[in-house]
Design a binder for this molecule. Structure first.
Ligand SMILES: [Zn+2]
Length: 229
């Protein structure tokens, strides 16, 4: 290993989120000091991940199989699809354990500033999933009676195949930024007329939160979304 190799290692590490040049130097030094227990296992893990992990062709999740484990899981409710921006958001919801449906990763938000339009995001794939689930039941889409009827969708899938069936609900779990909300609005409009119920995450006062510490946006949204006590 030459000084150039070490510098290259530090530069690559510094590109990782959360690691500046200083943290990258510390991480590189730790690895160099522990080649057998840290550096080589890490190199192997990175190599294996690079070779085996792929994006699920159904939902966009990252996994070693396509369709991913979530899409193939017969225990998941195919009647609900949760739309997220990135795989990291999917991981966050999975960690919460609060959702047992399926996901759709759109890959970011619409952004006029960054030149990201609908074609750059996997929104068409979502529309297709919602519509193709209706195959075999022509005319069902758009029927008012199907909106919000849970439990009608979701034929239990067999292991190895993605879950099929028309979802009854699409949950938009996008950022509360302007771009995130623009994206949510766009997706909701595209889904209008498909017969699927489109919902979004409630926003408001966090559990144990004190009003004094909330930002104005959160407080005003919580006030607008108030419900009977
Ligand atoms: Zn998947």
């Amino acid at each position: 290993m030459t000084a150039g190799d070490i510098e290259r290692l530090i530069q690559l590490l510094a590109r990782l989120p959360g690691l500046g040049p200083r943290s990258a130097r510390r991480a590189a030094l730790k690895m160099i000091q522990k080649p057998e227990t840290l550096m080589l296992p890490l190199a192997t893990a990175i190599q294996r991940a690079a070779e085996n992990i792929r994006a699920c062709s159904v939902c966009g999740n990252l996994d070693v199989s396509d369709p991913c484990a979530i899409c193939r899981d017969p225990g998941r409710d195919a009647g609900a699809i949760c739309v997220v921006e990135e795989v990291g958001d999917l991981w966050a919801i999975e960690r919460s354990g609060a959702f047992k449906g399926l996901y759709h990763v759109v890959g970011g938000t619409l952004s006029a500033l960054d030149g990201r339009g609908p074609a750059q995001l996997n929104i068409a794939g979502l529309i297709e999933r919602v519509q193709s689930g209706a195959a075999g039941t022509p005319g069902a889409a758009g029927t008012p009676g199907t909106i919000g009827t849970p439990g009608t969708a979701g034929t239990p899938g067999t292991a190895g195949t993605p879950r099929t069936g028309k979802p009854s609900e699409v949950i938009l779990a996008l950022s509360t930024t302007v771009d995130g909300q623009t994206t949510a609005h766009y997706i909701a409009e595209r889904l209008a007329g498909t017969g699927v119920a489109v919902t979004r995450l409630a926003q408001g006062v966090p559990m144990g939160g004190e009003l004094d510490y909330l930002d104005d946006g959160t407080l005003s949204t919580a006030l607008k979304a108030r419900r009977p006590a």
